[in-house]
Write a protein that binds this ligand. Structure first.
Ligand code: TXA
Ligand code: MG
Length: 339
């Protein structure tokens, strides 16, 4: 574990980042912070190294990874061409939480893309991540650094909890900023298609490139998702989670669960947290500022496991701006269980 928080002297921090980069160059796997969530990185051009990521996470091999780069020029080593729409988006949002999918070049390791002819790429907006990528000198394939199925890690302890003993090291820079993963946008055809809502909102993207298509599965459970990873249940706490459209029903639901002898939990916000009587009440930020909810969402979901909640009810959020990404993650965490 390399602790590279802000209190550390710069030269010590750099030494640790160099050491982590060395492991990447040697074909090993290390965890590192980004502005969204922690990533689990390996050399994207080294097939053996990339396979270790899938092993460490227990990730299904048909789920492709995002490749992280420090300079926009590195994109040319990974993709066949960069259409003008993609160029505009890169100009506006990199470094930042926008992942762009383009037609891939041969050099990208086979398992990074799970056999697809496209590759997902982003430039993270985090000083430690950028420094690490520069030191490593290679593009770094990295999924979120959690065990498959669990909420993504938003601090070093989450990574340690999930992956200790399974990877070469963790660069720990404390909590991440955005808190939910990057937006995944397919730019390999004429009109961009949103595969995963995330840190850059649809409204922000449309302001730059006009209307984008939305993967139909994001709106209807009956559609199969266009992106392989979106079909998996994710982010799930151990207890059963139900999303409740009308929060006034939550107290009755809690009573029922308690009468069955269950340990209860509620996921709520600062505005409403005094309203519920449950064993575990977790506030995930301010409803009036959805960025705070995104920031705290995964640590809040993990809290229910720490406190051993068995039956959990959650408020819902408006489907606009950051609310779209928040609801997408909550729906997955609840396995579509919404009343
Ligand atoms: O914020 C993030 O994006 C974080 C940090 C570490 O950068 N990474 C992350 O990676 O969330 P991961 O592996 O948990 O999610 C990657 C998503 C998956 O849903 C995957 O299916 C999709 O991107 N994806 C990757 N390559 C793809 C491709 N070529 N075509 C379609 N979907 C792709
Ligand atoms: Mg993930």
């Amino acid at each position: 574990l390399w602790a590279v928080d802000n209190f550390l002297e710069n030269n010590k921090k750099q030494q640790m980042i160099k050491e982590a980069a060395l492991w990447i160059k040697k074909g090993e796997v290390i965890a590192f912070p980004t502005e969204t969530v922690y990533g689990l990185g390996a050399n994207a051009l080294d097939e053996q190294a990339v396979r270790k990521i899938f092993e460490a996470k227990g990730r299904p091999s048909d789920n492709p990874l995002i490749v992280h780069i420090a300079e926009a020029e590195q994109l040319n080593d990974l993709v066949l061409q960069v259409p003008s729409v993609a160029k505009k988006l890169i100009e506006q949002f990199w470094p930042g939480p926008l992942t762009i999918i383009l037609k891939k070049k041969e050099a990208v390791a086979e398992s990074v893309t799970a056999g697809l002819d496209t590759v997902a790429v982003r430039m993270p907006d985090h000083p430690v991540a950028l420094e690490l990528l520069k030191e490593a000198g290679v593009p770094v394939a990295a999924p979120s650094a959690n065990l498959s199925g669990k909420p993504s890690p938003t601090n070093g302890e989450h990574v340690y909890h999930d992956l200790k003993g399974r990877i070469a090291g963790i660069l720990d820079a404390g909590g991440t900023g955005v808190g939910v993963e990057s937006t995944v946008l397919d730019c390999s055809s004429d009109v961009p298609v949103l595969y995963r809502p995330g840190g850059v909102t649809v409204e922000e993207i449309e302001a730059i490139v006009g209307q984008v298509k939305i993967d139909p599965s994001l709106k209807s459970k009956d559609e199969a998702p266009l992106s392989p990873g979106m079909k998996y249940t994710h982010y799930s706490p151990n207890g059963s989670l139900t999303l409740v459209r009308n929060r006034m029903q939550i107290p009755t639901l809690l009573e029922e669960a308690k009468s069955q002898g269950k340990r209860t939990g509620v996921l709520t916000t600062e505005e409403n947290q005094d309203f519920y009587e449950a064993d575990v009440v977790v506030s995930c930020g301010k409803r009036s500022d959805l960025a705070t909810v995104a920031h705290k969402l995964y640590q809040s979901l993990r809290k229910f496991d720490e406190e051993k909640a068995e039956v959990i009810f959650s408020e819902i959020f408006p489907s606009e701006e950051m609310g779209i990404a928040i609801m997408n993650r909550l729906e997955k965490a609840a396995g579509g269980n919404i009343i």
